[in-house]
Design a binder for this molecule. Structure first.
Ligand code: FES
Length: 177
């Protein structure tokens, strides 16, 4: 009998069944998460920028991911997640919201939609006169609001400000839904 097998042999050993490995395709890396932790935690742990526009309540597009493998290793979809995914234009049968998907087993492979969700307008404002390097996406619908290579002008900023306002209103309305 090895030391590991002895009952009461000192400090508890880390239990491998308490963590699960998730593959993050956008950065070609595996990461470990606690069993039952959500995928959002896995993305954030690897410094992937997730806007979390709704604060992890299952109501926005900003943590939308595609599950390339291992859908069965995630917790089942709840009603709210289903409803939100119906609004996201880029959703497909492999879509999940990272904040609502808990990791129950190994083998999940995650990809994220291309483009960047519209973030703080001040950050974009600094880019006036330059061209966007990637698509700017709507935080609720995931639609492309400004395409890659478009010149950022004052009117583009105004358009983005409008989107931010609408999103703020939408999320305020749905707070207790
Ligand atoms: S952070 Fe908004 S749905 Fe996940």
């Amino acid at each position: 009998m090895t030391n590991d097998q002895l009952p009461f042999s000192g400090a508890p050993k880390p239990q491998s069944h308490m963590v699960k490995t998730v593959r993050l395709e956008p950065i070609a890396q595996n990461t470990e998460v606690q069993t039952n932790a959500n995928l959002l935690a896995a993305l954030l742990a690897e410094d992937l920028h997730v806007l979390k526009e709704c604060g992890g309540r299952g109501m926005c597009a900003t943590c939308h991911v595609y599950i390339k493998q291992g859908m069965d290793s995630l917790s089942p979809m709840n009603r709210r997640e289903q409803r939100t995914l119906e609004v996201i234009t880029t959703a497909n049968p492999n879509s999940r919201l990272a904040c609502q998907s808990r990791v129950l087993a190994d083998g999940v492979v995650v990809e994220v939609p291309t483009g960047m969700y519209i973030d703080a307008i001040e950050d974009v404002e600094a880019l006036i006169g330059r061209r966007t390097e990637q698509d700017l996406l709507h935080p609720i619908t995931g639609e492309v609001v400004v395409e890659t290579g478009k010149l950022i002008t004052r009117s583009v900023i105004n358009q983005l400000t409008d989107v931010r306002l609408q999103v703020g209103k939408y999320l305020a309305q749905t707070r207790d839904a």
